[in-house]
Ligand binder design. Structure first.
Ligand SMILES: *[C@@H]1O[C@H](CO)[C@@H](O)[C@H](O)[C@H]1NC(C)=O
Ligand SMILES: *[C@@H]1O[C@H](CO)[C@@H](O)[C@H](O)[C@H]1NC(C)=O
Length: 199
């Protein structure tokens, strides 16, 4: 598949959605693409706590858009060209998963793609993108299937909040929330998405 075809597909909006129960599984996409590794440190009802060991991300500047879906599409399009060599070193790097959208206030979204281990020491630089190095972090995770839409993700955020109520994670502070997506838009089945609260 050419980059243009994939980009076209990425930019196409799909209305078909399939829903699966996907709780507690490592997403299928992580067999095909490199994903950040983690350990599950706690399994709760409808959530899990993971520890990530300092993953590295390539991130857009905040995209101003009331639509999370539109902001993610815009940001991902830039990140997709980045991995395909549109960076200052003209270096092609491996596609990874997931794409994460960090929402910190109503309509500002930072979109990031995981940087493969092989490139983490020295990721290519690119105008308008920056490298984010997380400290070792805990993440509270809720998985859901189907397509992320502007009308469904807040329900998932609230459900995660609800699942954490009464646990020690409810009183710890975290910044906004993250929507993690593991599949390309043209993959209709077995889609895995996650809401993350990052601690
Ligand atoms: C998961 O735990 C193992 C064993 O304690 C450790 O070696 C590894 O670094 C951990 N991985 C992550 C991503 O934290
Ligand atoms: C969204 O952005 C507009 C214009 O930048 C701003 O006026 C508005 O307050 C923002 N809304 C939220 C919820 O942050």
């Amino acid at each position: 598949m050419t980059a243009t075809t994939l980009q076209f597909l990425v930019l196409t909006t799909f209305i078909v959605a399939t829903f699966f129960s996907v709780e507690g599984k490592i997403p299928e996409s992580c067999k095909k693409y490199e994903c950040p590794t983690y350990n599950v440190t706690e399994m709760g009802k409808d959530y899990e706590i993971r520890s990530y060991n300092s993953p590295v991300w390539i991130s857009t500047s905040p995209v101003q858009d009331n639509s999370l879906v539109a902001a993610t599409r815009k940001g991902f399009s830039r990140l997709f060209s980045y991995v395909n060599g549109y960076n200052n070193e003209k270096e092609v790097i491996k596609m990874t998963a997931p794409v994460i959208s960090e929402v910190s206030n109503g309509n500002s979204t930072v979109v990031s793609l995981y940087v493969p281990l092989a490139n983490q020491k020295n990721p290519p630089s690119a105008d308008g993108l920056k490298v984010q190095r997380w400290k070792a972090s805990y993440v509270a995770v809720r998985q859901f299937g189907g397509f992320v839409t502007d009308s469904n993700f807040m329900g998932e955020v609230d459900a995660l909040k609800g699942s954490l109520a009464g646990t020690k994670w409810a009183s710890k502070t975290h910044n906004g929330f993250i929507v993690a997506q593991y599949n390309a838009p043209f993959e209709l089945f077995n889609r895995v998405n996650e809401i993350w609260f990052l601690y």
